[in-house]
Design a protein around this ligand. Structure first.
Ligand code: NVA
Length: 378
């Protein structure tokens, strides 16, 4: 019997994947972890609740197109989450909210490390029960794949004590720059939290961004959890990112290293890796870091929790094929210059739901074993 869950990096040939859905997607209620991701312009103008039907329908068209491409053009087995009514309220002993978020971005909720899927300890209240949309998928796989490990990391309380409530919300302010510069974020260090999308999987090495969504305790949890299986966890920062959330618009592996040549990672030129982290992790490694091209489109939809660097948020379906947003010609040209063929898909109608093409997927299986791509740490 074949293992169903097996994925060690971001580029090996993709065989099975979860793709999110836009159904019942809501705009979260004001809460610290959501507020910290919004532009100053959006801060006091948004209304929580179910997204407009027209917005959901437009996103569905682009999701379904991506689904067809993955299934029929890339030959990838596709799984979709269950439709949960995210307009339902939540009341726990620690907080109460009117409505939840959506199941558009499994990349944040499920962390796949080899044969293990971890339901991550996220920090947005609106996402408290989000992993439930994937429970049927996880349960079915767990029944069939006797080697699959299914883990739920310690669920945070999301009580007020978990957040710095005096965080500077204005993302243009000097105070905000000072906080981020000293790696102080909206979530504090009271309880471990992390989102899967803060983790870059490079074989034996996991590069994890300390951010709004991943605190140092969360990184330490991952370190202890994976240590006995020989993983090495490296903490990384992008100090010029004033809304640091998720690594998949900041540092993307494009070409894996071989004996003959260095691997290539693309880094966001507007918010590069902290020099000390770059030195510690990459000096003496066989990775070369190149600047990503500027985005073609610098406008982003209203209430988009991401920046125009979603142009970097691509999905490698094999080492020589990527799915990229169709308007991002500079990224497409750059990838093609590296020998990566691009499949272009329209995806901007999904951006407002929390992310781009990489965010809306979560690997189940890629063909290939775990390797070390950092001989300097062996
Ligand atoms: N924080 C990232 C989003 C990653 C999906 C950005 O806004 O660029």
């Amino acid at each position: 019997m074949m293992d169903i869950v097996s994925s060690y990096n971001e580029w090996d040939p993709l065989e099975e994947v979860i793709l999110g859905i836009p159904d019942y997607a809501c705009i979260p209620q004001d809460e610290p972890a959501y507020r910290s991701k919004l532009d100053a312009a959006d801060l006091n103008t948004f209304t929580a609740g179910l997204r407009k039907d027209e917005t959901i329908q437009k996103a569905r068209v682009q999701f379904d197109n991506l689904a067809r491409i993955l299934e029929y053009q890339c030959n990838v087995k596709l799984l979709r989450p269950e439709k949960i009514d995210f307009s339902e309220s939540i009341k726990t002993p620690f907080f109460e909210i009117e409505n939840q978020n959506c199941a558009a971005c499994p990349r944040d909720t499920l962390l796949v490390i080899g044969n293990e899927i971890i339901e991550t300890p996220m920090s947005n209240r609106a996402r408290y029960f989000e992993s439930m949309a994937y429970r049927k998928i996880l349960n079915d796989i767990w029944e069939k794949d006797k080697n699959m490990l299914w883990t739920n990391a310690p669920k945070p309380t999301m009580a007020d004590s978990m957040y710095n409530l005096d965080f500077p919300w204005d993302d243009k302010s000097q105070e905000r720059k000072d906080w981020i510069g000293s790696f102080k974020y909206v979530t504090n260090e009271t309880e471990p939290v992390f989102d899967a999308a803060d983790v870059l999987r490079l074989g034996k090495d996991l590069v994890v961004q300390n951010s709004f969504t991943t605190n140092r305790k969360g990184i330490e949890w991952l370190r202890r959890h994976t240590k006995s299986r020989g993983y090495r966890v490296h903490e990384i920062h992008f100090p010029d990112d004033l809304s640091p959330v998720h690594i998949d618009c900041s540092l993307i592996p494009l070409v894996p290293p071989t004996k003959e040549r260095k691997g290539i990672l693309m880094n966001c030129p507007e918010r590069p890796i902290a020099p000390a982290d770059k030195e510690r992790i990459f000096s003496g490694s066989n990775w070369e870091i190149q600047n990503a091209p500027r985005p073609f489109t610098t406008t982003i939809p209203e209430l988009c929790q991401s920046s125009y660097w979603l142009c970097m948020n691509l999905l490698l379906v094999s080492p020589d094929r990527a799915i990229v947003e169709e308007t991002e010609i500079p990224t497409i040209n750059y990838l093609e210059s590296l020998g990566i063929k691009c499949i272009r898909v329209p995806f901007r109608d999904v951006y407002g739901f929390g992310g781009g093409i990489h965010c809306v997927t979560s690997d189940i299986r890629r063909r290939g074993d775990r390797k070390s791509y950092f001989p300097n740490f062996d």
